[in-house]
Write a protein that binds this ligand. Structure first.
Ligand SMILES: C[S@@+](CC[C@H](N)C(=O)[O-])C[C@H]1O[C@@H](n2cnc3c(N)ncnc32)[C@H](O)[C@@H]1O
Length: 145
């Protein structure tokens, strides 16, 4: 859905995409995975150098076994994880690191019951997210779990 077509309970008025519940989701439910390329810091740095600013906002940095990793979801593969927006004040879900066959996956779980029409949002973390200060710079947010 586009955020400007469906009313969001968060009342943030920016022209962008977001993810909205179509059915009931219950506290603790798995919602979706943040899918993309799992890359190391060197590759992450290389891609950040060549990416347009608008693509950098799809790079999700996290720490796993004491090392930095990135899931790069810049390529639009049709999955929804890359379209979920930030809410650092009252998020309704949380991104967690899940190990599957020795590799980390980023999975979103409901923090509370979510009803149809609610926008799905998680806290991007201690990130430098310009929109949190009401400054409209629509690019680059580095998330660190
Ligand atoms: C992973 S994308 C989320 C999907 C994005 N809204 C889109 O349409 O592609 C992250 C980007 O979404 C935007 N974004 C996420 N949360 C936001 C918020 N609370 N307010 C304004 N922009 C937000 C920022 O541009 C950020 O770099």
């Amino acid at each position: 859905h586009r955020g400007d077509q469906k009313p969001s309970p968060h009342k943030v008025n920016y022209a962008s995409r977001g993810v909205f519940a179509e059915s009931d989701i219950f506290k603790g439910d798995f919602i979706l995975e943040y899918r993309g390329d799992l890359i190391d810091p060197e590759e992450s740095k290389r891609r950040r150098r060549i990416y347009h600013n608008s693509l950098k906002g799809f790079m999700f940095d996290f720490i796993w076994h004491g090392k930095f990793w990135t899931i790069d979801a810049a390529r639009d593969d049709g999955t929804l994880g890359r379209l979920v927006n930030d809410d650092h004040i009252n998020p309704n879900c949380k991104m967690k690191r899940i190990m599957v066959e020795g590799k980390p996956h980023l999975c979103l779980f409901a923090l509370k019951d979510i009803t149809p029409g609610d926008e799905i949002r998680y806290n991007y973390g201690d990130a430098d997210c310009p929109w949190r200060n009401q400054v409209r710079i629509p690019w680059s947010c580095i998330r660190i779990l």
